[in-house]
Design a protein around this ligand. Structure first.
Ligand SMILES: Nc1nc2c(c(=O)[nH]1)N[C@H]1C(S)=C(S)[C@@H](COP(=O)(O)OP(=O)(O)OC[C@H]3O[C@@H](n4cnc5c(=O)[nH]c(N)nc54)[C@H](O)[C@@H]3O)O[C@H]1N2
Ligand SMILES: Nc1nc2c(c(=O)[nH]1)N[C@H]1C(S)=C(S)[C@@H](COP(=O)(O)OP(=O)(O)OC[C@H]3O[C@@H](n4cnc5c(=O)[nH]c(N)nc54)[C@H](O)[C@@H]3O)O[C@H]1N2
Ligand SMILES: [Mo]
Length: 761
């Protein structure tokens, strides 16, 4: 079963994204997980009405679906959940947590699905099986003496709308809004930036917009690995002649070329579609500068056009009618020099002119982006700059145009919709109070960064997690791991063993749950749940696979059992009735959010999902001023730190063989890296400058200047096509190098795409 190799192979990959490589990759993982026969049946049901919604990414599921509406990554996620392997009480009897802390992430999860509720026994340093009642009673007793404000309720963006609604409600009734979410590490910069700029916290586009755009600006998203089904949309766009202009420090294969593995003609003729028509290897943190360059050209050409009596380049009518503060932004653009733009972006004026030309000529432009923009100190300004560019030519609120953030987890956006948030203004507090007859907390709760601070300084006493691998996903690994044992209570609801579970508090439980692909039978019969995709469409999802163990409970059942123990009884809320029939939970959700969830149960299985609507897409701006807001950026660099001799910008990356902290294997096919994750991707000139050679093993140290020692050893220097001054390494292994205070201003997203480090030979 050993996948990690002592003889790693690193050589450039020549194939396209998708294609036969994708088929071969599936042929590797499916047998590796010993997928039972019904697993293949489930693959076919993936992302279809009456089927289940993929547990991998949040990319929308079209109404007119393909026979196989899944991708290599979705299939891996399905195989991972339906694996034949089990992590049983016998496994835990054989291993102490101290021993397991020496294991790699891959090896921990590869043992398969958790089967029994487990209690940590400090005397033996092992998990032991317990009953569900014992677990819930002990957790409630341990929470009892604590100040409700010292308890954190984390969630990872996979749990359904139903489970998430219950979980948020439980936290508020318990007395806090400490509801950090994986979204705090992800697209919170979008939620903050778009809300301030255009009045909605989400993208404005829908799948149809791909049929109407004539250019796409594509920033910092690795589509081939992280949202592969989008490649179909991009390929169709390219066939119509749409220009795709990409900004990414790395040459990501999915953004270069694609062969559709589900298209027999493309597969047999080995034909591939070129995806990006322009590819700009911007420096990490250089996007504000690059976009300022494009804006500068637009303004200069608009001046010229006016003088020569040609049609305007900017959409002045739109700017006047719909926006505010263009003047301040314009002044800033005019005052910014080309030298500064070229220096900060790492791109030449000529390259930016080529992009600006396409943008200026296009009638409808989508701007697609991911973590390459959000995970920076100026991550919110990155998002605001995208909006600035779009507003300059009226590219919001018409077909084929608009900001298109690519969300991460399959229901991360939906969790925010149903109340998983630390921010009071995002929940209809009065309505909840009326619905359930209690006084909801108004004090802002803890987000992810604040929860980390609280764990480190001891003010957080209890941590409950609805999924995820918080301790592995957050920055400042060393301090966080050292502080975790000080917690009074640590409860993890999970499907597989991960590193967070190996750090116990005084009272510690690991509670195994059903996955979304599995059949969930309650008193009224088999249940469906629902999720919201990246384009705000809500889909029903029905699991049919045999549960991994008869001892598993569903997430709604676990939340309800806990809520019943830690909350006073409430005549207006019957947790058991909700669990008996999830349609009752959806009725409650509809009552809290009638605008979004009207006729929720009736519309649950609408093909393609039902759209929750978007005011900015109608050019109604729910901002303070009632207009769309321009913002003059405060800095050209998004990194938040200056250059210094020997200081590099570390980009932390996902491989093509992982889902966040879940490591499927050691084959990052598109980057040609096999057998190891301990690589340090480095520019060849920088290697020469530092006197390093390929294969040399070095360490990285934090260069944050805060006096804290942070170090990662054993990194294999690997020459790579990456801008000078930037380095690449895999997440989550590199998180030990990220200071907890190195995060986006305003949104608090850890700035994982530009971490100041130095190389130690
Ligand atoms: N298979 C698979 N699918 C996934 C996930 C997974 O781990 N595996 N994770 C899910 C989750 S939760 C999320 S949030 C998404 C993540 O999906 P992405 O948003 O693609 O996130 P990353 O993989 O971190 O890669 C970000 C990209 O940004 C580029 N980049 C880095 N710094 C910069 C910069 O300063 N500027 C620009 N322009 N680009 C930059 C990197 O080279 C990389 O291509 O995917 C989701 N889908
Ligand atoms: N350096 C760096 N750090 C990052 C990032 C980065 O790019 N760079 N990305 C950030 C991002 S975008 C995100 S979203 C976070 C991810 O942070 P998390 O969402 O906390 O982490 P995951 O790795 O997705 O969680 C995996 C675990 O979820 C559990 N799980 C899987 N399915 C289910 C289920 O159905 N129910 C339950 N209850 N549990 C389940 C399994 O036990 C599995 O081990 O990491 C962030 N951290
Ligand atoms: Mo994410």
């Amino acid at each position: 079963m050993k996948q990690h190799s002592d003889d790693p192979k690193i050589k450039p990959f020549k194939g396209p994204a998708g294609g036969w490589g994708s088929v071969r990759s599936l042929a590797e993982i499916i047998p590796r997980e010993h997928l039972p026969a019904e697993g293949f049946r489930e693959l076919v049901r993936q992302n279809k009405p009456e089927g289940f919604m993929c547990v991998s990414c949040a990319w929308p599921k079209p109404a007119d679906h393909h026979p196989f509406e899944f991708c290599e990554e979705g299939a891996k996620a399905t195989a991972w959940e339906l694996t034949k392997f089990r992590t049983t009480p016998e496994f835990f009897a054989a291993h102490t947590l101290t021993e397991l802390r020496g294991w790699k992430d891959y090896d921990l999860e590869q043992h398969g699905r958790l089967t029994h509720p487990l209690r940590y026994d400090p005397a033996t340093d092992k998990y032991v099986a317990c009953s569900w009642d014992e677990a819930f009673d002990a957790i409630a007793a341990a929470l009892e003496p604590l100040d409700p404000k010292s308890v954190v309720f984390y969630s990872s963006g996979r749990a359904s709308l139903e489970a998430s609604y219950m979980y948020g409600l439980m936290a508020r009734m318990f007395g806090n809004q400490n509801l950090p979410d994986s979204s705090n590490m992800c697209h919170e910069s979008t939620s903050v930036g778009l809300k301030a700029a255009i009045g909605v916290p989400v993208g404005t586009t829908q799948l149809e917009d791909f049929d109407h755009c004539d250019a796409i600006l594509f920033f910092g998203q690795n589509v081939g690995s992280n949202a592969p089904r989008m490649l179909h949309n991009l390929r169709d766009c390219r066939k119509r002649g749409v220009e795709i202009i990409t900004f990414n420090p790395l040459k990501e294969r999915g953004l270069e070329r694609f062969t559709d593995p589900q298209n027999p003609i493309e597969m047999t003729t080995l034909s591939e579609t070129r995806i990006s028509t322009q590819y700009h290897q911007v420096k990490a943190g250089g996007d504000i500068a690059a976009m300022m360059g494009i804006a500068k050209f637009l303004i200069e050409w608009d001046d010229d056009a006016r003088e020569a009596g040609r049609p305007d380049v900017l959409d002045h009518a739109f700017i006047k009618a719909h926006t505010r503060d263009f003047d301040t932004f314009e002044l800033k653009v005019r005052a910014t020099t080309w030298d500064a733009i070229e220096h900060e972006s790492g791109l030449s004026r000529g390259e930016l002119e080529a992009s600006a030309k396409i943008y200026a000529q296009a009638k409808a432009v989508m701007a697609i982006y991911g973590m390459g923009l959000t995970q920076h100190v100026k991550g919110v300004e990155n998002v605001r700059m995208v909006v600035n560019l779009l507003l300059m030519r009226g590219n919001i609120g018409r077909p084929g145009a608009g900001p298109t953030p690519v969300r991460g987890h399959s229901n991360v956006q939906g969790q925010r919709t149903v109340g998983i948030t630390e921010k009071t203004e995002l929940v209809p507090v009065e309505r909840i109070e009326e619905q359930y007859g209690f006084t909801a907390p108004r004090e802002k709760g803890l987000d992810t960064v604040e929860s980390c601070r609280g764990v480190i300084d001891g003010s957080v006493k209890a941590f409950i997690a609805l999924g995820g691998n918080f301790l592995r996903a957050v920055p400042e690994t060393a301090k966080m791991e050292a502080a975790w044992p000080q917690l009074d209570v640590s409860v993890q609801i999970a499907t597989k063993l991960n590193r967070n579970h190996l750090f116990a508090g005084r009272t510690t439980f690991l509670l195994p749950c059903l996955g979304r692909i599995e059949q969930d039978v309650q008193a009224s019969g088999p249940q469906a749940v629902s999720t919201e995709d990246s384009m705000s469409c809500i889909h029903g999802s029905r699991g049919k696979a045999t549960p991994a163990s008869p001892h598993l409970l569903s997430e709604p059942a676990i939340v309800a059992a806990l809520a019943k123990r830690i909350l006073p009884t409430n005549p207006r809320l019957d947790w058991d009735a909700w669990v008996a029939d999830y349609a009752r939970i959806r009725e409650a959700i509809e009552q809290t959010y009638p605008e979004v969830f009207k006729d929720y149960n009736q519309r649950l299985f609408t093909p393609g999902g039902f759209w929750k609507g978007n005011k900015a897409a109608e050019r109604i701006w729910l901002t303070k001023s009632g207009k769309a807001e321009f913002l003059a950026p405060s800095d050209l660099s998004a990194t938040g730190f200056g250059d210094a001799e020997g200081r590099f910008r570390l980009i932390t990356l996902r491989s093509n063989d992982q889902f966040n902290t879940t490591i499927y294997g050691y084959h990052d096919r598109f980057r040609g890296i096999k057998g190891t994750r301990d690589v340090l991707l480095m520019n060849a000139d920088d290697m020469r400058g530092a006197g390093l050679h390929e294969g040399e093993v070095v360490a990285l140290e934090s260069d944050a200047g805060d006096g804290v020692q942070r170090r990662r050893d054993g990194m294999i220097v690997t020459p790579y096509d990456i801008p000078s001054g930037c380095l690449g390494a895999y997440y989550p292994e590199a998180n030990v190098l990220i200071p907890v205070e190195h995060h986006a201003e305003q949104s608090h997203v850890p700035a994982a795409k530009s971490v100041p480090v130095r190389i130690v030979a």
